[in-house]
Structure formats: structure tokens, C-alpha cells
Design a protein. Sequence first.
Length: 451
Amino acid sequence: MSNSSSVAFQRCINPACKAEFDCGQALFKCPKCGDLLDICYEWDKIEMPSKLSDFAKRWSNRNNRLDFSGVWRFRELLSFCADEHKVSIGEGQTLLQRNDDLAGALGMDAGSLYLQYEGLNPSGSFKDNGMTAAFSHAKMIGAKSSACASTGNTSASMALYAHSCGLKCTVFIGSGRIAYGKLSQSMDYGGHTIQIQGDFDDCMKQVQDVCTQLGIYLVNSLNPFRLEGQKTIMLRIIEQLGWEVPDWIVVPGGNLGNSSSFGKAFMELKQAGLIDRVPRLAIINATGANTLCHLFNEKGLRWNDGNVDNSVIDEYYAELTATNYSPHTCASAIEISRPVNLKKCLRGLDVCNGVVLEVTDEEIVDAKAQVGLYGLGCEPASAATIAGLKYLLADGTIGKDERVACVLTGHQLKNPNVTVNYHKEKQGPFSNPPIEVANDLNEIISKMSNV
Ligand code: F0G
């Protein structure tokens, strides 16, 4: 199978530009028009497996680090660097759990609901799928230092991967905007932390300028190599469904990297003839950070063959600036109002005939408690998927017998404050507070009504 980087190149997604660049450069935005860049492949030069199930044969060769990786096992589908540059710390050992109990609680048929637990990655979130790819590119081009803006998970993952392959790293976070579980990781992994008086969007803007001025390698999802790694989340879902495509993928929407890469994955798999249909995509925003939902549903913004109406976006962002708007949600991972991958996400929605909706913080914490009750648990942003699914079932968009895969993007222990407050403060119907009792045997036994 091919091992060369020359089969891949970068291309601007703007159909009026389509400028091309080789993969030896760290650009992250088209130098000609400023639009987003895609990684493209000369597929006819890549020796592809004839069917997806051929990838699974690599399970028998798991002492090879690339075959062990849940990302690089699919390496022909992200063939932008030679094996010697590929960085891996065992990412992508995640599972797709068929969850009939939660399905039943939501009124779905048994065998309809699947939870893709990305919290099982080395740093506890889906980000590791992308970081392994971004840092492989960084190694390939000889980068020495990396940076990102983050609501927490990107910084944890970046710090882990940077450390593992000898790059320096700096994290830009908004003051008070990051869950402690995540901050503790990046500090522990040795990341330098710059805490800005502002929100994620402020950090995202600053980090781009810092990286440009200081020649630092940016690992936010503006980085198209990162999104290549995240495609494999979809491959693993299909793999675990016996190489069948589900009817729906449900994913939280923040900076919109996942939805962009999922759309690209299905576009490429369909074009390569490896799947015969694409699933539908549901992207769930929090009401306190609902830019995509607003632009897609209220303003009718669409991909339109790449001719996205920029004036609609510009006008909305001008309004955010004029009103000094800052997003707020308990799902701090998706507390983002200027998602950098908006246009690629619109393409994903187009490819997958997608829908977008928003859910409240109350709905998110209730859904989160249900995932905990019936599954492995997840962080608030991830539970937005289940909260959104409830709406889609209620209005008939998703049938109770359709096969749905919800991507649980982050581990339950990332943001324990939200969980503890929900239970202790009895915030919802699934609250499960501890029972206070005196240090007295009879009193303790009298309170143990449930054993
Ligand atoms: N879920 C979790 C747990 C996240 O950490 C993020 C993003 C998302 C969902 C949203 O994904 O950006 O692909 O739409 N977290 C970023 C961070 C922004 O800095 O950790 P997206």
C-alpha cells in the first residue's frame, strides 16, 4: 500500500479560488483568498482496499503501532505522510455501544440506538483522533512548537501529543471558561497556559495571529490535517456495525470540525464506491451558543456548491460584535459563537442531508444524567446529542426504528462540577443526591431503604 505524501495536496474550498498547495506547508487558511483548506488525494495513485472490511484484517497485526491505532488502521484514507512521521499513542480504541436501555427510555426500538464513546481516547475526548494526524503533519514538516485556543479538550489532547513527540505547546484559554478536569490535564502534560480575559472566540482570533507571527504550528480544527484524523470516527462506527452505514449520525456542534470531517468522510467513501449510501447528519447546538442553528434554520444559509453567502455570515457576526455578545452554556466545550469550520460544516450538511437544532442547558444536563444512568457517562456537550435526539424523535424526523449513532465526544470526568451540581442541587428528574445521615448505625440503616 502507498506510503508517500505526494499523493495528497491542499486545496482551497472556495470554488472561485481552488488554489492548490503541497502538504509540506502549514497554512491553515488559503493564502490567496483566506478561505478554508481541504486535504485532497489523488485516489487513483493510492492502493486502496477493495472493500472496507479489509481494514479490519489489521486487527490481527496489533503489535504494529499503526495497525493498533484506531486512526492509522485506516491510513489509505488519510494518506498525507509517510509512516515514519506518523505519531500515535494508541488513539481510537473507542467503542460503539448498542444501548437498548437508553433507547427504551427514549421510546426507540431495541437495536436502534448506539453510543460512540470517544471519551475512551488517551486524553478522554475525540480530539486525539485529530491530534494524531495534526502532529504527524507537524513532524513531517519539522515544526518545533504548537499552539491552540481551547475550551479544554483540544488543549488536553494537544499537550499530550506534543509531549509525546517532542514539540513545545502553548494553550490559549478564556478566563473561567474551561472545565477543571481539562485544564488539569494540559497543565499536567506540561502545556504552557495563557489565560486570556475573554471567551473562546477571542482566544481563537489571538492564537491565529500569534501562530502567524511566531511561526508556531496551529492545531485547532482550522488545521485540515486534524480533520483527516477525525474522519476515522465514522469509519469505526461503520466497522462496529458490521460495515453497514447507520441511518443517522448525531453530533454536538461547537467549532464544527467534527461535522465537517464526518461530511468529508462520507463524501469520499461514497465517491470511492466503498459505501452505497450516506447517513443523515444531525448537529446539535446549545441555545447559548447557537450560531449554526440560527444561520442554517433562520437565515437559510447553505453550502450552495461552495458559493456560501458570506454577507449573511458577516452581517450576523457584525451584530454579535455590536451587541458585545458572548456565548454562554453549561456545555462549555461548545461555548463558541464564531465556529471556524462553518463553511465546511455546511458542506457536510449538504452531503448528508443534515439538520441542525438547539437544546437548552436544562435539556443537556437531564440527557447527560440519562447517559450516565444507562451508559458510560459523558460530558455535557456530548449529551447535547441525546437531548437533540429527543426532539428529532418527537417531531418524527427520526423514526423509532431508525439506526442512530450518537457521538459522545468527551469523558464523563472532564467536567465533574456540572454533574455534581445536577445531582446535589436536585436540578432535574434524574438527580441522584447523596443522603445526609448522622454517624450512627441505626440512623444509617434506617436511611437504606433502597438496598
Ligand atoms: N464535544 C466536546 C467534548 C468538545 O470538546 C468539543 C470541542 C465539541 C464537542 C465540539 O466539536 O468543534 O468539532 O464542533 N471542543 C473544542 C476544544 C472547541 O477546544 O476543546 P467541534
